[in-house]
Design a protein around this ligand. Structure first.
Ligand code: PHE
Ligand code: NA
Length: 436
């Protein structure tokens, strides 16, 4: 078997992890949920959820990967818990499931870059979205997006993922800042900011029933947890990285990008008197925001840049998820990486067909993942690291991070009790809304 790869540079891992975290969740969910659930008050609440749930769970994935230098399934055997490989397999399957429809959405985004250049959706945005988001056109776009993902992953960690994300992630940040500055000059900027961030405890309390589960669910979805991504990425790390600092950097960047996205989309909506609607989701971006570009000066160019940012964010997330399965195959079969990537790509394409055919099916795939598979996966992993890996996990975290002081026990008890309790509550709610 070939020698296992590692990141070429210290920032390589960090940038790739940020690229994974920054995705559609930041761009189309976070701003709209924030606006609808209490603005800045919700941001504060969301940050607490991320620190309380997301951060400890992310460190749990980091130590699993770096301690074992194995894919998410065999990591469990590597530390002498072969029987728990099922947890890793569950996370890998969850990720595969999610990627199948994430690619479809990635395809829509590519279509919207072209559509912006041509002004194709300027006249009738809702009809355009209907036409490109389902059926043969969506399948073709899915294929193109997936082909790019396969191409990057086929090149490997250093030459593929690391090089690609080192270009993509800074581009996302720079272009979003550019868009936010441009949005600041729009007539609707002030009203947009106010709508986005005006703190309202009333709105938060009133919507607590949906805002809390969202914040909890988002705390791990937004950090790419529960899909074995962070286990896989950290398995290519050397032993002296400071995982605490890396994790903290991912959290900060991920939140800043979500806030920047809000500073872009709401001025666009308010400049055009478009109802921002509540909840966000696909139509918020592809219909509401898109319809704003048509009536703004340089709308074509701004549209291309905007959907270009969305495409880069979706791509850097998709490659992280593809790598999870490819890493497993690469560790287990003596087949060259490109062939493995293509084979897995074919599987993803086929599983994605229903989602590409009909948006209702995509929504179903997403609901299963978001409400059932992801929470279950996170729950099992944090329990494993907290109760079974326990002291070894703390020792692994200390490596590179130095003495942890009281943070060690705090982290352990978070993994053992707080995180499972909160995730379990969301899971119960999810099951209730899905099946009851
Ligand atoms: N962190 C991503 C987001 O916020 C979630 C994700 C990662 C989804 C990788 C799919 C693949 O959008
Ligand atoms: Na994210």
């Amino acid at each position: 078997m070939a020698k296992r790869e590692t990141w070429a540079t210290r920032v390589g891992f960090l940038v790739a992890a940020i690229g994974s975290a920054v995705g559609l969740g930041n761009l189309w969910q976070f701003p709209f949920k924030t606006a609808g659930n209490g603005g800045a008050a919700f941001v504060a609440f969301y940050l607490i959820a991320v620190l309380l749930i997301g951060f400890p769970a992310m460190l749990a994935e980091f130590v699993m990967g770096r301690r074992t230098h194995r894919n998410a399934v065999d990591a469990f055997s590597e530390i002498g818990h072969r029987q728990w490989r099922i947890l890793g397999a569950f996370a890998v399957v969850t990720g595969f499931w999610i990627l199948s429809y994430y690619n479809v959405v990635g395809g829509w985004v590519l279509r919207y870059i072209v559509g912006s250049a041509q002004g194709a959706y300027f006249g009738a945005p809702a009809e355009y979205f209907g036409a490109v988001s389902a059926g043969p056109e969506a399948i073709a776009a899915q294929f193109v997006f997936l082909a790019i993902v396969v191409g990057i992953v086929a090149l490997g960690i250093e030459d593929g993922i690391e090089k690609a994300t080192k270009v993509m992630v800074p581009s996302i940040a720079v272009l979003l800042v550019f868009l936010a500055v441009w949005a600041f000059t729009l007539d609707g900027a002030g009203a947009g900011y106010a709508y986005f961030l005006t703190p309202s405890l009333d709105a938060m309390v009133e919507n607590a029933g949906t805002a809390i589960p969202f914040a909890v669910g988002q705390a791990f979805f937004t950090l790419s947890l529960g899909m074995a991504i962070m286990i896989t990425y950290s398995s290519y790390l050397g032993d002296d990285d400071n995982l605490l600092v890396d994790g903290g950097t991912v959290v900060v960047f991920n939140t800043l990008i979500g806030i920047l996205a809000g500073l872009v989309v709401f001025p666009i909506l308010f400049a055009n008197n478009i109802d921002p609607g509540l909840g966000g989701g696909a139509s918020a971006l592809f219909i509401a925001v898109a319809s704003g570009f048509g009536s703004l000066p340089l709308g074509n160019l701004i549209g291309v840049v905007f959907f270009g940012v969305v495409a880069l964010a979706a791509l850097s997330s998709a490659i992280s998820l593809m790598e999870v399965t490819v890493a497993w195959a690469n560790d287990n079969f003596d087949v060259p990486r490109p062939q493995l990537a293509i084979g897995i790509g074919v599987g993803l394409f086929v599983l994605g067909l229903p989602s590409a055919w009909d948006v209702a099916l995509l929504t179903w795939f997403d609901n299963i993942a978001y409400s059932l598979l992801l929470p279950l996966s996170v729950l099992m992993l944090v329990l494993f690291v907290g109760w079974i890996l326990a002291g070894d996990a703390v020792a692994e975290l200390r490596q590179g991070a130095g003495e942890l002081g009281t943070f060690g026990p705090i982290w352990m008890w978070a993994l053992r009790l707080t995180v499972p309790a909160l995730v379990f509550a969301t899971l119960a709610l999810g099951i209730q809304t899905l099946f009851l």
